[in-house]
Design a protein around this ligand. Structure first.
Ligand code: BV8
Length: 259
């Protein structure tokens, strides 16, 4: 049900105000206002390639220089971006577990598909990161020491392809590529977070699994489900309310009402 009037916002605000457990799952749309290109929207992420063709182990094995060119370009892009109002609101919600005067204590967990780290830079507590980070690397060869990710925030990256400091093989971005399984601990934490009063999915095209499946699971557990997006998605017909709007506008509006 997509209502273009104020009613869905009012209903969602009322649900959030009464909730003790809230889970918010975010996608690239939450970072769009910061200047981070989304994957599939207009002006998409990469000129002539689809993300699905570059973000795979096969693509890296075939042409590590091309894949690193894409990630180096994204790192440079993201390095010049700052968290926007949507990140700031979610960071505040994630830290506000304690009850405000006259309010029920509210536990808010943020689950993100994004790899830009803007939620972390905004101060989000206990972020559940499903797809890793642009700012972390690991060994592509799979050497045991290099399986543990390390942080590398150098922009630009030095010449030559990044190397694993342990085995000298190629280093790769420590993100989850298509065809790769997500880290079990992250999935478990995200599944736990679907047991909530309100599940809010924000700025995601709802096409990448298993992330896109969490709103379905939350609904099956009885959560009130809502979506905030600029356009309808495959989740729009599933959720209780689908709000057509920009995350950086709607989240601060909700925050003003429920704080
Ligand atoms: C896995 C890290 C087990 C890399 C990413 C067939 C059917 C179903 C599933 C599959 C299938 N074939 C294969 C699969 C599984 C596959 C998958 O889901 N494929 C899809 C494409 C069909 N999934 C996987 O492979 C996952 N692993 O399943 O393991 C397995 C093992 C072997 C074989 C099979 C299965 C791993 C998926 C993780 C991939 N890695 N990122 C990197 O970033 O480089 S996914 C990538 O897409 C990003 O993380 C991104 O976050 C994510 C989802 O995209 P969105 O965030 O939604 O971004 P998008 O641009 O699409 O949409 C933005 C939205 O925001 C739009 O709707 C727009 O309208 C909106 N918006 C824009 N501005 C705003 C806004 N909204 C509000 N306000 C705004 N201002």
């Amino acid at each position: 049900m997509i209502l273009r009037v104020q009613q869905p916002l009012t209903e969602l605000a009322a649900r959030l105000r009464a909730a003790t457990r809230i889970t918010v799952m975010t996608g690239a749309g939450v970072s769009a206002a910061s200047g981070v290109p989304t994957f599939r929207g207009a002006g998409g992420l990469w000129r002539t390639y689809r993300a699905e063709d570059l973000a795979t182990p096969e693509a890296f094995a075939r042409d590590p220089a091309l894949v690193w060119e894409w990630y180096a370009w994204r790192r440079e892009k993201v390095a010049s971006c700052s968290p926007n109002a949507a990140h700031v609101v979610l960071a505040r919600w994630s830290a506000s577990a304690k009850a405000s005067a006259g309010q029920v204590p509210r536990d808010v967990r943020v689950v993100t598909q994004n790899v830009d780290d803007l939620h972390i830079r905004a101060g989000t507590r206990d972020l559940i990161r499903l797809h890793g980070s642009l700012w972390e690397l690991k060994c592509f060869n799979g050497c045991s020491a290099g399986a543990t990710t390390w942080r590398d925030e150098r922009v630009p990256l030095p010449d030559g392809l990044p190397r694993c400091p342990y085995c000298g093989g190629y280093a790769r971005p420590a993100v989850v590529w298509f065809g790769e399984s997500l880290h079990g601990g992250d999935v478990n934490r995200a599944v736990e977070a679907t047991a909530c009063d309100v599940f809010l999915t924000v700025g995601t095209s709802a096409v990448v699994y298993p992330a896109a499946g969490f709103v379905h699971h939350a609904r099956s557990l009885g959560a009130f489900t809502a979506e905030i997006n600029l356009e309808p998605t495959p989740a729009s017909s599933l959720v209780d309310v689908s709000i057509l709007g920009a995350a950086e506008d709607v989240l601060p509006q909700l925050d003003r009402v429920i704080s």
